[in-house]
Design a protein around this ligand. Sequence first.
Ligand SMILES: Nc1ncnc2c1ncn2[C@@H]1O[C@H](COP(=O)(O)OP(=O)(O)OP(=O)(O)O)[C@@H](O)[C@H]1O
Ligand SMILES: [Mg+2]
Length: 306
Amino acid sequence: MIDTEGLTKKFGNLIAVDKLTLHVDAGEIFGFLGPNGAGKTTTIRMLCCLISKTSGTATIGGYEIGNKENSLKIRKLIGLVPDNVGLSEHLSAYDNLNFFGKIYDCTEAQRKDSIKRVLEMLGLWEKRHVLAGTYSKGMKQKLAIARALIHDPQILILDEPTANLDPEASKTVRDFILQLKGEKKTIFLNTHNLDEAQRICDRVGIMNTKLRAIGKPQDLEPMASGRKTVIALEQVTDDVVKALKKIALKNLTVEGNTLTFDVFDPDKENWPVVETIVQVGGHVRTVNVVGLDLEDTYLKLVRSSA
Ligand SMILES: Nc1ncnc2c1ncn2[C@@H]1O[C@H](COP(=O)(O)OP(=O)(O)OP(=O)(O)O)[C@@H](O)[C@H]1O
Ligand SMILES: [Mg+2]
């Protein structure tokens, strides 16, 4: 549904997006993660034909970005929830949506149907005649989502839709995104929120000017450096340390009565260690394997990217 190949954007000497190549399937929720200034917003602005690319290619629903004729087709395929909500504050929610529907050439009947459908879905129907300027932040964010859906687009692109929302409003937005996935929409979600990405995204890309990694959240977790075994003993004696040094564990550290070492295959590698400890009179209390989570992977990839 979305394909980019070497997509690049330069602002003068600054490279904001460097040779981005990625593919987003129809019907998937793709999370685009990265720190401030990573090029996430710039990427979606190129995809939505709001700014020109410097080089590379991208196609949305089979239409290549970069020519005027396709821009109109692409805009009809996409609903964009921008990072700055940008509603007309002096208009009611209903009139905001009606105005947008007209921009997208929806007929009066389509607008009527669509406005009712999206406002009901987002729980704003009762407040449709209230001025958007008096809406709370969460309500404005929902209205921006409603606006992006007014022309029933196949692809929804959201730029940090839950930034500044309280946990309950964030959950409403997340649940709504999942509901749209159920309607076979393709979702491209810019976010800083790793927990959010982990909860709802089928795949994530970690971006920092270049794409650093891409995959299912659970596949990226152990990517940065693997897992560690943590063994707590009643007491780490000299005999235990001597015996363990003989079996060459990787990155063995001792802290108080806890031993930690790198492990690749815990099922095979842990039991000989426990056996060695027991043989020299050690008492094992607990054995745990700890993996890196998405946050560790994210931080490692983002920090290592020069
Ligand atoms: N119109 C512009 N002119 C010049 N530089 C720009 C412009 N837009 C973005 N940039 C620069 O491009 C880089 C990427 O910015 P972008 O807004 O895409 O980052 P982002 O990943 O969305 O960050 P954030 O998480 O803070 O929203 C930044 O260094 C930014 O200063
Ligand atoms: Mg941004």
